[in-house]
Design a protein around this ligand. Sequence first.
Ligand code: UT7
Length: 398
Amino acid sequence: MESNRGRIGGGRYSFHSGHRPRLSAIHGRRRGVTCGMPAMATVYVDFPATISENTGWSNHDRSGILKTPFRAKITALGTYVPPRQLTNSDLEKMVDTTSEWILTRTGIHTRHIVDRGVAASDLAVCAAQRAVAERGIPLAEIEAIVVGTVTPDMLYPSTACLVQHKMGIPRTWGYDLSAGCSGFIYALASGAAFVSAGMHKKVLVIGADVNSSMIDYTDRATCVLFGDGAGAVLLEPAENGEDYGIIDFIHDVDGSGGPYLCRPGGGSLHPAWLPETTPQMHFVHQDGQQVFKYAVRKMADISVEILKRNGLTGKDVDCFIPHQANLRIIKAAADRLNLPDDRVIVNIDEYGNTTAATIPLAMETARKQNRLRKGDMVLLAAVGAGYTSGATLLRWAY
Ligand code: UT7
C-alpha cells in the first residue's frame, strides 16, 4: 500500500518542514482559570422526566422543517474569553507581518489567548456557569450537554464529561461534536433536536476552543487568525403558542475540502508516537486562499437558501450573526443578503477566529450593543474545516 506520509487527499497538502517552534513565547507559565463566577451550589433533585405535555407548537407552514411538537428556544447566554491578549503589534515582533496587513486582510486587531494549563473545558465551564446563572436554574435541571470543539482537553474523556464534573452537574449526559467553525451551530441543532423531540427540557450547548494550543506561532499564515474563547446557551422548549426559538437549519458537509484546513497529527492516522509524525503535524495547516474561495461563496449561498425556503429575504433579518473568520467573508455574505451594516454583527477585530465560540461571542456582542432584542429574526451562518457549513434561523426569545 502506498504510504500517505506527508500527503493527505491526493497530494494537495504537504507538510512544511522546519524546526519545532518555541511556544514558550506564547504559552506563559501554567495557571488555573478564574472566570469571576461565584462557586455554584449543586442542588440534587429528582431527574426530570421527559416532557409530558405537548406545547402545541407548530412550525411556519411554509418552512416544512422542524415540524415537531416542541420548538427549542435559547433562554440564556454566557460567554468567556481569557484575559490575556495577543495584539497585532505583538505578532509583528514574532513573525514577518504587519498590523496593517492583518487588519486589512482579515479585520482582526487583537485576540485573546489562554495561559498555559488552561484548556477548552475551563473556558467552557466559565461560559456555561454564566449562562446557568443568567437563567437562575439549579444545575440538576440540565439534562444534556453538547460541546462543539476541535480543541478538546484530550481525545477522551470528552469535554462534555469534564464540564459536567467541573460544574458538578448531577445526572446529565453529553458529548463533544467536531465540526470546526460550524461546531456551535451543529451543536445547537443537536441540542434543539433533543428539545424538539421532547426528550429533554434543558440542554446546555457550548462552543469552546483553545486554538492557541494548536497554532504554530512561527507560521504567519495561520498565527494571526485565531484566538481562544467559549460561549454557551441554554435550550428549552418554547411555551405553548410562542413564536420564539429555532425555526430552521441547513447543514452541509463537503469532505473534499478536508486537506485545505486540517490538523493531521495525533489521530489514528498519524499517532503522536510514530517517529514519522513530526511536531509540525500537530499544528493547524490551512490553504487560506482555497478556504477563502469556498467560504465566501458558501456562507452567502447557504444564508440565501435558508431564507428562501422560509419565504424570507434579507429584509426580514433583524440580526445576522455570522462566524467570524474574515471580515471580507462576512461582508460578502451581508452584501448578497442586502443587509445594512447595522444588522450585521462583527467582533472579529476583538477576538479573531475562535472557531466554535465565534457565534455565541457575537451573540453577546449583539446583546451588549442592544442589537439583539426579543422577537428579532436572527440568522446564524458558518463555514469551516471539513468543509462544514450551516445556517440557522431563529427568533430571539428574551
Ligand atoms: O474559520 C475557518 C475557515 N477559515 C477561513 O475562512 C479563512 C479563509 N482564508 C482567509 O481568510 C484568507 O485567505 C487569509 C486571511 C488566510 C489570507 O488572506 P489572503 O488575502 O487570501 O492572502 P494570501 O494567502 O493570498 O496571501 C497574499 C500574500 C502572500 O504573499 P505573496 O505570495 O503575494 O508575496 C502571503 O505570503 O500575503 C502573504 N501573507 C502575509 N503577509 C503578511 C500571508 N500571511 C501574511 C501575514 N502577514 N500574516
